[in-house]
Design a protein around this ligand. Structure first.
Ligand SMILES: Cc1ncc(COP(=O)(O)O)c(C=O)c1O
Length: 379
C-alpha cells in the first residue's frame, strides 16, 4: 500500500540525477568506476581517522567484518538481542554461535552490565566469546564508554553495527568508528541511501585492503583470473555509489531535519501520560533516523497496535520495534542473558514517520491521531 505519510522515505534533492547520468554516460554501471572511489573518499574524509570500503549491503559488511575479525565455526559471538536479524545472521553464516544480550532502558541498546555477566558466564563454561556485536538502534548511540571498558578488560573486540546510525556521534566520534570495526547500511529507508548498499570502516588500512580483496571475489592482481582463497561478490556498484555520493553531500542537512522532527514530536506529545522516548545522554548525538515511542497502555488507555491501526486508517505508516532475536523461532536454542526489557519494548513500541522531508503539517496530523486515541480513552 502507498502511504500518504511513509515511515522513512528517501529524499533526492541533490546531485543524484547528475551523478547517475554521469555514471551511465561513462559506461561504468557495475563494480568499477569513479563514483565508488569518490564515495569511499568522501566517507573516509567525514570519518577523519577511518578508511572505508563501499559494499552492496550492510549485511555483507557485517559478514566481511566478522571474517576479518577471525570468526569461524564453533566460535561464540555476543550480539545485542534487540535488533534486526541482519546483525546476527552473518554470525551463523560463518558456523559460529550468537549469544544474545538484553538492552538497557535509556538507549534501548545492549546493557553493559548484562554484557559483562554474559562474558563471565561463557568464560566459566570455557567458551570465551570472540567478538561483541552491538548496535546503535534507530540511530541512538549505545553506552560506548562502558562497552569499551568491558571490551578492553576481557580483550574481546567490538563490531559496531551502525547500520542505522550514519551521522550519529558518541563523545564527538562518528558511530561506527569507535569499535575495532564498524558497518553502515545505505538501504532505501536509511537516513542516506545508495539504493542498496553498505560500508565497512576501520582505522586499520591493511584490514580495509583485505576487505576490498575479499569483496571482489578475492581475485589476485594478475592478468588472468587467479584465486588463492574464497571471496565474495560484495562490492558496491558505480550507479549506487553515484546516488550514495549525492546523498552523503546532504547528510548533515538530513540529520538536522530528523533531529528537528524528533524534537517536534517530543514537544507536541509533551505532557501526555504514558508515552516514552529513547534517552540521548550528554555525550551522545543521535541522527534520530527513526523517532520511536513506547506506549504505556495502563496510562494511555490504548496499545501500540491500536495506535498503529489508527494511523494506518489515516494513510500513515508506522512500524513495530524490532522483535528481539532471542524470541525469534529461528534462534530458539540460542543462549540469552537478560530479562524482559527488550520484549516489553517490542510489545509496546512504535516507530513514527521520520522522513527527512516530513512536513510540520504531517507531524501535526500524526500527533492529532495520537490525541484522538487518548480522548477516546478518557471520554
Ligand atoms: C541494525 C541493522 N543491521 C544491519 C542491517 C542490514 O543492512 P542492509 O539492509 O543494508 O543489509 C540493517 C538494516 O537494514 C539494520 O537495521
Amino acid at each position: 500500500m502507498a502511504f500518504h505519510i511513509p515511515l522513512s522515505f528517501p529524499v533526492f534533492n541533490g546531485n543524484e540525477n547528475l551523478y547517475t547520468q554521469k555514471a551511465i554516460s561513462s559506461g561504468h554501471v557495475a563494480t568499477h568506476g569513479q563514483f565508488i572511489n569518490k564515495f569511499e573518499c568522501k566517507l573516509t574524509k567525514r570519518l577523519k581517522t577511518h578508511q572505508s570500503v563501499a559494499l552492496n549491503s550492510g549485511t555483507s559488511a557485517l559478514h566481511l567484518a566478522l571474517i576479518l575479525m577471525g570468526i569461524g565455526p564453533g566460535d561464540e559471538v555476543i550480539c545485542q538481542s534487540f535488533t534486526f536479524c541482519a546483525s546476527a545472521n552473518p554470525i551463523v553464516y560463518l558456523g559460529a554461535n550468537p549469544i544474545f544480550v538484553d538492552s538497557e532502558k535509556d538507549t534501548w541498546n545492549i546493557c553493559p552490565e548484562l554484557l559483562e555477566d554474559a562474558i563471565l558466564s561463557r568464560i566459566s563454561k570455557g567458551r570465551k566469546p570472540k567478538a561483541i556485536v552491538m548496535v546503535h538502534l534507530f540511530g541512538m548511540p549505545a553506552k560506548m564508554k562502558e562497552i569499551l571498558e568491558i571490551s578492553i578488560k576481557y580483550e574481546i573486540p567490538v563490531l559496531e553495527d551502525a547500520a542505522e546510525a550514519v551521522g550519529s556521534k558518541y563523545d564527538g566520534k562518528s558511530c561506527g568508528s569507535i569499535g575495532q570495526v564498524g558497518v553502515f547500511s545505505f538501504n532505501g529507508n536509511k537516513i542516506i541511501t545508495s539504493g542498496g548498499g553498505g560500508a565497512l570502516i576501520s582505522n586499520d588500512a591493511t584490514l580495509i585492503q583485505r576487505a576490498k580483496h575479499l569483496a571482489a571475489q578475492a581475485r589476485e592482481d594478475l592478468p588472468f583470473y587467479h584465486h588463492l582463497e574464497i571471496g565474495y561478490n560484495y562490492k558496491m556498484n558505480n550507479l549506487s555509489a553515484a546516488i550514495g555520493l549525492a546523498q552523503l553531500e546532504q547528510l548533515d542537512e538530513f540529520v538536522k531535519r530528523r533531529r528537528a522532527i524528533n524534537k517536534n514530536y517530543r514537544a507536541l506529545l509533551e505532557g501526555l501520560p504514558g508515552i516514552h522516548f529513547q534517552t540521548e545522554s550528554l555525550d551522545s548525538f543521535s541522527n534520530y533516523w527513526l523517532t520511536a515511542i513506547v506506549v504505556d497502555e495502563q496510562k494511555t488507555g490504548f496499545s501500540n497496535t491500536k495506535l498503529k491501526d489508527a494511523l494506518f486508517n489515516r494513510g500513515i505508516e508506522s512500524r513495530f520495534l524490532w522483535k528481539p532475536l532471542h524470541t525469534q523461532p529461528i534462534f530458539n536454542r540460542t543462549p540469552y542473558y537478560g530479562g524482559s526489557l527488550s520484549e516489553r519494548l517490542f510489545e509496546n513500541g512504535l516507530c513514527l514517520p521520520s522522513s527527512s522531508n516530513l512536513t510540520r503539517e504531517d507531524q501535526e496530523l500524526i500527533v492529532e491521531v495520537i490525541h484522538n486515541e487518548l480522548s477516546k480513552t478518557f471520554q
